[in-house]
Design a protein. Structure first.
Lengths: 445, 195
């Protein structure tokens, strides 16, 4: 359909549903969803890409002197928020960011993902991603602040016959469905208070958009139930953290699954093996993007179903990459290290770039590891050439600085801003005295 | 004297101040209301409304955790339960809701609860009626468009097109609106060369 038809359709829908405000959404470097709210009277101007905003206050965007930016809405992302607000229907449009000369702004994560997706398309592929985001539902305290107490620990009399979190999660699923998501699974996870909602795979860009909206929905609905939803990777030590496994596959431009080869004994094509080879090769650098905060690395430790070692397998869940048993159109790989604190645009761009590099340079995947790697000794791992994922954000950033493929996928602007922001984050962490240190040393020394 | 109404309404009492809470509790129990639970702060109130079968919420504007008008808004939007706010002054934030000014007495609390409940029930039945009518309009609109598409692409007359939609709906056990929307989507795909 022509872009103009789409824009007209947006205008019609907005009018028909009595929408009064539009939120123009975009994502900053660190993955935070940002909003500029405009009244319906400005919609036409916004759709024409004529609305400017001041980008200097946005993390990782621009310097003061180049602060005027344009928001260019993607008309296919128009959705009316389903939360019931009498007389106040609100809709959103997801936007790309352009600079004041109306050129694509190189600090826009959504554009970075589109750049890599375009490269894939030139190679004859479209990437599909299906995320499995986990999150915790914690209680809010007397003053409405988040705690790490879960409703599961609340006393019996505190709650009625209905499971509070179950109820909230059902509300989240219904809201997502109202917004056009096909929710495939929704369940309580391993840890107390931990939940997962999976929705159907879609193209890389659509999935990244959906992850951002998903987080917004989960957080808003939780709050309406007196709960705090968090996507922090490891909020409580000693129990499972929250990951966002990303199932991914490539389809050819005529819609065939490029990872499937019925002639291969494992049903995996050479393309799939090279893609895995690329992911394995760049895994340590990708982690800086898929696991972008200090806390991310407290999840990537043995014993909690999170990957620690850079290997792949058809069954083994201790590996970084697992290949689920399904074949045919469902042939895909599951990359298990990403966590929901990541900027989904950058994380997917980095993984796609790694896979494409594998295909371009015919990077052979190492032999699959079907044993539980947690039970191997260091020596056994060394003999098999199995590396560990980075142990800290600092180590991951160091790896990223050596990986030209992933740096190129991000683009120099985003890479440099990321290094700046992460250096500050790491220094602040390094320089603070943590509760653990007090518990450990205060009375001993 | 204990007054017993025809039905027992279960009330959630969300009040931090002990004095106000005691008065309200006694008045409610005397008048035959049941206290389903008590909440000490705003998010506790939200959680209890969601998990206990609460039919009425009496909430102090000075409840800890703030955001009382926001909590009342959520309970109203999600049609969880009617809310009566106990306020110390009529500031702008609560004017959109049912409220009484403290101190709480039998003469201000009970009539306010009764009218809040009755208005809430009226509102819910109106909302259902509006939903039903909106659905009806949407169905009619979809059927009209689908009929047009069938007449144009299948050479049916209006009566045949209508009959086709009705029959498909009955045969497939699918709502008429869904059948009409499927026809519309199918025609759209044909026009864009996707079928």
């Amino acid at each position: 359909m022509m872009n103009n038809d789409l824009k007209r359709e947006v205008m019609e829908k907005a009018r028909e549903h009595g929408v009064r405000f539009i939120r123009l959404q975009f994502t900053d470097l660190l993955g935070q969803l940002k909003n500029v709210a405009i009244p319906i009277s400005q919609l036409e101007k916004a759709l024409a890409g004529e609305l400017m905003f001041d980008g200097s206050s946005i993390e990782g965007f621009v310097r003061i002197e180049e602060s005027d930016m344009y928001l260019i809405p993607d008309p296919t992302t128009f959705v009316i928020f389903p939360w019931r607000s009498p007389n106040m229907d609100v809709a959103r449009l997801i936007c790309d960011v352009y600079d004041k000369e109306n050129r694509p702004f190189e600090g826009c994560p959504r554009l970075a993902l589109q750049r890599v997706a375009k490269e894939a398309e030139e190679m004859g592929f479209i990437m599909n991603v299906g995320p499995e985001a986990e999150f915790f539902l914690f209680l809010q305290d007397e003053s409405g602040k988040a705690t790490t107490r879960t409703h599961d620990q609340a006393s019996y009399f505190d709650l009625g016959p209905v499971d509070l979190a179950e109820n909230a999660r059902r509300d989240m699923v219904l809201t997502l469905e109202d917004m056009g998501y096909e929710v495939e699974a929704s369940h309580h996870e391993v840890a107390p208070g931990q939940h997962e909602i999976d929705f159907k795979y879609d193209s890389a860009l659509n999935t990244a958009d959906k992850i951002q909206t998903f987080k917004l929905v989960v957080k808003s609905i939780a709050q309406r139930h007196g709960l705090h939803a968090t996507f922090m990777p490891k909020p409580v030590a000693g129990i499972n953290g929250s990951g966002m496994h990303c199932h991914q596959s490539l389809t050819t431009l005529d819609g065939e699954n490029a990872f499937y080869d019925p002639a291969d004994p494992d049903g995996l094509s050479a393309i799939a093996r090279y893609y895995i080879g690329g992911i394995i090769k760049h895994a340590r650098a990708i982690s800086a993007v898929t696991n972008p905060v200090v806390n991310s690395y407290k999840r990537l430790v043995p014993g909690f179903e999170a990957p620690v070692y850079v290997a792949w397998s058809q069954a083994n869940r201790s590996c970084l990459v697992r290949v689920p048993a399904k074949r045919g159109a469902s042939t895909r790989i599951e990359v298990r290290n990403p966590d929901p604190a990541c900027n989904p645009y950058l994380a997917i761009a980095a993984m796609m770039a790694a896979g494409l590099d594998g295909i371009k340079n015919k990077i052979e995947a190492p032999a699959p590891v079907d044993r539980n790697i947690y039970h191997m000794s260091l020596q056994e791992r060394q003999e098999l050439g199995i590396l560990s994922l980075p142990g800290s954000l600092a180590e991951a950033m160091e790896e990223l600085s050596k990986d030209e493929v992933i740096k190129a996928a991000l683009g120099p602007h985003i890479y440099n801003k990321l290094v700046e922001a992460k250096k500050v984050e790491w220094d602040r962490y390094r320089c603070s005295v943590h509760q653990w240190e007090l518990n450990e040393y205060l009375s001993v020394f | 004297m204990v007054y017993r109404g025809v039905e027992t309404v279960r009330v959630l009492l969300a009040v931090s101040d002990p004095g106000t809470k005691k008065t309200a509790r006694e008045l409610l129990l005397q008048r035959g209301y049941a206290i389903s639970g008590e909440a000490d702060n705003a998010s506790d109130a939200l959680r209890k409304c969601r998990t206990q079968s609460v039919e009425m919420v009496v909430m102090d504007n000075e409840l800890e955790g703030g955001r009382i008008s926001q909590v009342a808004m959520i309970l109203e939007e999600d049609a969880v339960a009617p809310v009566l706010i106990l306020a110390s002054n009529a500031d702008s934030g609560i004017k959109d809701f049912n409220y009484i000014l403290k101190p709480v007495t039998a003469t201000n609390l009970i009539p306010a609860i009764e009218s809040t409940l009755s208005n809430y029930r009226k509102r819910i039945s109106l909302m259902k009626e509006v939903e039903r009518l909106q659905e009806q309009i949407a169905t009619r609109r979809a059927v009209d468009i689908a009929k047009g598409k069938l007449m144009l692409s299948q050479g049916m007359n209006e009566e045949q097109a209508h009959r086709f939609l009705q029959k498909t709906s009955m045969d497939k056990g699918m709502p008429l609106r869904a059948v009409a929307e499927t026809v519309i989507a199918f025609n759209k795909n044909i026009n864009e060369g996707r079928v």
